[in-house]
Ligand binder design. Structure first.
Ligand SMILES: [Zn+2]
Length: 123
């Protein structure tokens, strides 16, 4: 995962604080870790257990809200990203994953999903 400051983006925290945005460039494994609850959807902290009650770093209520937040941020942007495990969908995803890996092997191109978690400001 690549993390870079993004001065074109301003993040508004739940408590009203504003900070310069951070752009996360996540690879599929990163997205998958978040989907499975092993990484905080809010601050990208890694967890030892899936979906802890709350993130120990940012306090995000992962158990309650992570899947919902994940759906808001990633579903529709990341092919195959889903909140629950649906057997058929999971099979599709695995197939897509196998295709992606085959593509990477053929072309030596690493597929990276660049997705800002923040809203862009229009200049
Ligand atoms: Zn967190």
């Amino acid at each position: 995962m690549i993390v870079a400051d993004d001065i074109g983006i301003e993040e508004v925290h739940p408590d009203g604080r504003r900070t310069t945005g951070v752009k996360y460039i996540l690879c599929d494994e990163d997205v998958e870790a978040i989907r499975q609850g092993y990484r905080c959807v809010n601050c990208q902290e890694n967890f030892n257990e899936a979906f802890p009650e709350a993130c120990m770093v940012c306090g995000f209520p992962c158990r309650e809200k992570q899947s919902e937040m994940f759906a808001r941020i990633y579903v529709g942007h990341v092919p195959g990203a889903r909140t629950g495990i649906d057997v058929e969908a999971e099979a599709d995803r695995m197939e897509a994953e196998a295709e992606r890996r085959a593509f990477e092997e053929r072309t030596n191109i690493r597929v990276v999903i660049g997705k800002s978690l923040k809203k862009e400001h229009r200049a």
